[in-house]
Design a protein. Structure first.
Length: 363
């Protein structure tokens, strides 16, 4: 930032801060369901989770039950009005035909993710909607078939946007001892937050020094196709989907808001379908040691956002959350946060950086 003169120092600053009402209002939660989650493309699962004809997966989007079915030659999604209410399973052709399913728009894209939308007239394809955010990892996840090897979920008493925020701002990395030891190098601090249309951001890569953490070894021997050793890219999709590629391990997060202060987060870990047994075991170890339920980092993130949820839940003092760091779009610049909430405000017709309007909206 260039030096300021007396007049600039004396003038009122532009305060980039959003009201905590954005995180705890039931009215805003309902609007988000109606105006955001029912309109956007959602990565509901991965095609490898339904490898055979009749396999299905279920989920919920904006309070609506959804089912994805492998029809033998393609995967399609439908409103789930039938009896299949388990997370996954297999149905016969007769069972499928006995249910009057309404088909939804479906695409399989970006490493084999199954995308669907409740929007009856989407104006953009998945490729158009993601707007180039996946370009940084496309050669790594689209060259070979991927396969899910890990799945777990967490229900956290916090607002879903706080989970997005912890994937968007990186100053919380100081909370992770593992990241401080293995990643705080010159490349890390030079990483760039790169905004894309529709509220998406990706974060450029750097080299992680895994061997600097006691008990870990260099992970350069096993990577994803066309990805240099020990690199780490991240893709944040609006309104709450994250894709994390750490050299040998790939992870996705998908949020389902259950209320203004409750969210379901689904975590998946991926390898290559062509992995040997030894390669797969290595990928599982690399993934779980950081991102598994008992890994180094993930539980720390969950504890962090749960604590934030406590401080912002309904009935607490209304406060402002600053998004004011401007650091040339480098890793601790809050450009990703500002970009996200600008898009969020468009959907809800709210200026997120003008607290009085937010409070009027929920009054």
């Amino acid at each position: 930032m260039p030096p300021r003169n007396h007049k600039q120092w004396s003038s009122a600053p532009q305060v980039e801060a959003i009201s905590s009402a954005c995180y705890n209002s039931f009215e805003i939660h309902q609007q988000e369901q109606d105006k955001i989650f029912s309109k956007v493309w959602v990565p509901m699962c991965h095609k490898s989770e339904m490898p055979n004809a009749g396999n299905f997966r279920t989920t919920q989007i904006a309070g609506v039950n959804i089912i994805a079915v492998n029809n033998g030659d393609t995967i399609k999604t439908y409103l789930n009005t039938g009896k299949f209410n388990t997370p996954s399973g297999t149905m016969t052709r007769v069972e499928f035909l006995m249910n009057d399913y309404k088909e939804l728009y479906t695409e399989v894209k970006h490493g084999g993710m199954v995308w669907t939308t409740l929007n009856e007239n989407p104006t953009q394809s998945v490729e158009e909607w993601t707007a180039g955010a996946f370009d940084c990892i496309a050669d790594a996840i689209d060259t070979e078939e991927l396969e899910v090897f890990h799945y777990h979920k967490a229900v956290i008493n916090t607002n879903y946007k706080l989970w997005h925020d912890t994937n968007s701002e990186f100053y919380h990395d100081f909370m992770h001892y593992f990241n401080r030891v293995s990643g705080f190098n010159d490349e890390y601090f030079a990483r760039k937050n790169i905004p894309f249309d529709n509220g998406h951001v990706n974060v450029s890569s750097f080299t992680v020094n895994y061997e600097e953490y006691s008990g870990f070894e260099d992970r350069g021997e096993l990577s994803f196709p066309n990805l240099p050793p020990n690199q780490w890219y991240m893709v944040d999709l609006f309104p709450g989907f994250n894709f994390n590629l750490r050299g040998s391990a790939y992870r996705s997060d998908a949020v389902t808001p259950l209320g203004p202060n409750k969210v379901l987060i689904e975590f998946r870990g991926y390898g290559l379908l062509s992995d040997t047994k030894e390669e797969r075991l290595t990928r599982i170890n690399h993934h779980n040691s950081i991102w598994g339920p008992f890994g180094r980092n993930l539980h720390e993130d969950l504890i962090g956002v749960a604590g934030q949820g406590v401080t912002m839940r309904e009935g607490t003092e209304v406060r402002n959350i600053l998004h004011g760091r401007h650091e040339n779009s480098t890793i601790h610049d809050e450009v990703g946060m500002r970009h996200y909430y600008s898009e969020w405000g468009k959907y809800l017709d709210i200026d997120p950086y003008f607290s009085e309007k937010v409070l009027d909206k929920v009054a």
